[in-house]
Ligand binder design. Structure first.
Ligand SMILES: O=C1O[C@H](COP(=O)(O)O)[C@@H](O)[C@H](O)[C@H]1O
Length: 247
């Protein structure tokens, strides 16, 4: 079956323009969510996405107190490690926005991977108070690695088949560090909106391959990022010209 959702693509001239556009889109989602429900739930990714978000958000106007930030994935390393996604955001946002540390739903990195995943799912359930099979998160910001992974869902890993849990452990990530927790595909696909952002010429090959898979039958997909297909939400790709150069 070909996709039933519509993916929207937007190409910006460079990384700076992409950063500003992303910040504007986040602000728009926040305004909509806060007006409708009084709270804005934003799922963050690490890697290049953290740079876009930390550089763009300080310029927006929003009711920061209504924001709840969580992690699409997190590496199980100490919080002061340069590999910690939480650390990237605390360093990048606490001094430049009114956000406070307790607005970030943190993964307990002192736990073993399975326990950390269970604990994070419980924290998410308590935060959202949604008694539904899958959480309805307002906006998820997702990156994509050169192998087509998104969050910490890697090609051919069993976590891709998960159909019950919101958060699962990864102990053999091909990209270091090996131990992580990640939201599962049904959680990604139940969000109101997912934004994937790609910048730089080194993303051009994966963007081209991913687009072909994203627009094909889901049973033919091998790349986790091509399985992000919101069931009742939208998917937006933001690319700079270099990342979009092979489309
Ligand atoms: O390991 C990870 O990689 C992906 C992609 O990162 P990027 O730097 O190539 O954009 C990231 O989205 C994920 O959160 C992270 O844990």
């Amino acid at each position: 079956m070909t996709p039933t959702f519509k993916a929207v693509e937007k190409v910006l001239k460079d990384k700076r323009s992409l950063t500003l556009e992303l910040a504007k889109l986040i602000a728009d989602s926040a305004a909509e969510a806060i007006a409708a429900r009084g709270v804005f739930t934003l799922g963050l990714s690490g890697g290049s996405m953290a740079g876009f978000v930390c550089n763009g958000l300080p310029s927006i106007t929003t009711d920061w107190s209504a924001w709840r930030l969580l992690f699409c994935d997190e590496r199980l390393v100490s919080v002061d490690s340069p590999d910690s996604t939480l650390q990237l955001y605390l360093t990048g946002l606490l001094d430049t926005t009114p956000l406070t540390r307790d607005q970030f739903l943190q993964v307990d990195v002192s736990l073993q991977p399975n326990e950390a995943a269970t604990d994070y799912e419980e924290k998410l359930r308590s935060l959202l108070l949604q008694d539904t099979p899958w959480p309805r998160l307002d906006l998820l910001l997702l990156g994509v690695g050169p192998d087509g992974h998104t969050a910490s869902l890697f090609p051919q890993h069993p976590q891709l088949q998960e159909q019950q849990r919101w958060v699962v452990a990864v102990t053999d990530s091909p990209k270091p560090p090996p131990a992580r927790v990640t939201l599962t595909l049904p959680v990604l696909n139940n969000a109101r909106r997912c934004i994937m952002a790609f910048a730089g010429a080194d993303k051009a090959d994966i963007v081209k391959t991913l687009k072909a898979e994203r627009d094909a039958d889901v049973t033919a997909t091998t790349l986790p990022a091509a399985r992000v297909r919101p069931t009742d939400g939208d998917l937006l790709w933001l690319m700079d010209a270099a990342a979009a150069s092979k489309l």
